[in-house]
Design a protein around this ligand. Structure first.
Ligand code: 13P
Ligand code: SF4
Length: 342
């Protein structure tokens, strides 16, 4: 693979400054002025190339602000990205997120070119389980349905009855009408679901390397240091951490909570960049910002996005037979949501 485009430096010309002026005005509180001339040429080049390719950029809430606010057409949590991928009319989808998200987009848009700018953008949860593990679990628990968190490979999805995200996990588990389910692979999300339902949940011991680092002590310290602070936590955190939170929800759930409750001071117990992205929308609120970075999400950078669009790499490809079964599990999840909207 050529790395030339990743080292290419583009100039911050007067035209680039003009083309990106409005974007910088939005992100000025979270991106220092001295950094903008580094990002802006890529922002301008990517936005120009998008139209030529009929491409759309989907960005997860954990992407850095220059990607999230600078070049993304649509953004959101895993569920929103999956839905947007299914609905887009673009020919090319550039997924600024991690590999499982790009695979999910490809499952739902098999006829489109789906690009991930860096193949190293993985996920500790996706790596914690294989398709063979799921087959062995099915042998051990015959007839028990398998619910798989969307943070998994297409191969694991293909062995599952239905997928879920952190936004709909309990609803999906209950939709099956079974008194027992196998829930894979996030143990902490599974424990959170178990706390919300009477369905018995059989767990796997996968963890998110970012969220498992938060501690209950840390949250108590935030409360002690910042009286009145609202603590919002992602359900991938350990149970003792969630017990200290005022709200538990997906990344978009947290964003919606901030928008509707407008707490004067808030801390988001999740990946680092999200607070910056949300602070852009709510400059009047005080965000306390602990910083646990997802090293996988951070593999995606503006130079790599530009390179990906210029070279149409790395294209996500999934074995058609695996894709057909994986698609069924994701589509079944989307049907659960649709049922609720009607
Ligand atoms: P969300 O679906 O809540 O955005 O979570 C995805 C993820 O990877 C969290 O670590
Ligand atoms: Fe995976 Fe955790 Fe990174 Fe999300 S934050 S992509 S769950 S490693």
């Amino acid at each position: 693979m050529s790395i030339e485009p990743l080292t290419e430096e583009l100039d911050y010309t007067a035209d680039v400054a003009r083309a990106t002026e409005a974007i910088y005005a939005r992100v000025k509180d979270v991106i220092p002025e001295i950094e903008w001339p580094v990002h802006a040429p890529y922002v301008a080049a990517i936005n120009e190339l998008k139209a030529n390719l009929n491409a759309i950029i989907l960005a997860h809430n954990y992407q850095t602000p220059e990607i999230f606010h600078g070049v993304a057409d649509l953004s959101g949590d895993s569920l929103a990205l999956a839905k947007q991928a299914a609905e887009t009319e673009a020919d090319v989808i550039v997924l600024c997120g991690v590999h499982f998200m790009a695979e999910t987009a490809k499952l739902l848009s098999p006829e489109k070119t789906v690009l991930i700018p860096d193949l190293e953008a993985g996920c500790s949860l996706a790596e914690s389980i294989t398709g063979e593990d799921v087959r062995l679990l099915r042998e051990r628990y015959p007839g028990v349905p398998v619910v798989t968190y969307v943070n998994t490979s297409a191969e694991v999805k293909a062995e599952s009855d239905i997928c879920c995200t952190s936004a709909n996990a309990t609803e999906v588990v209950e939709s099956l009408g079974s008194d027992r389910v196998i829930f894979l692979p996030d143990e902490y999300l599974g424990l959170h679901v178990a706390s919300q339902t009477d369905v018995e949940v059989i767990l796997w011991q996968g963890h998110c390397e970012v969220h498992e680092r938060f501690t209950a002590d840390e949250l108590r310290t935030f409360r002690g240091q910042h009286p009145g602070i609202q603590i919002l936590a992602h359900p991938e955190c350990p149970p003792e951490v969630l017990a200290e939170a005022d709200y538990v929800g997906s990344t978009s759930g947290m964003i919606n909570y901030v928008g509707s409750e407008r707490p004067d001071r808030v801390v988001l117990i999740t990946e680092c960049s999200m607070s910056d992205n949300v602070a852009v929308e709510y400059p009047e609120l005080d965000f306390v910002k602990p910083c646990n970075l997802c090293p996988h999400m951070k593999q995606i950078t503006l130079p790599k996005v530009l390179w990906s669009m210029r070279t149409l790499q790395h294209e996500v490809r999934i074995d058609p037979e695996v894709a057909a079964r994986g698609r069924r599990a994701v589509a079944r999840m989307l049907e659960v949501g649709r049922g609720k909207q009607q």
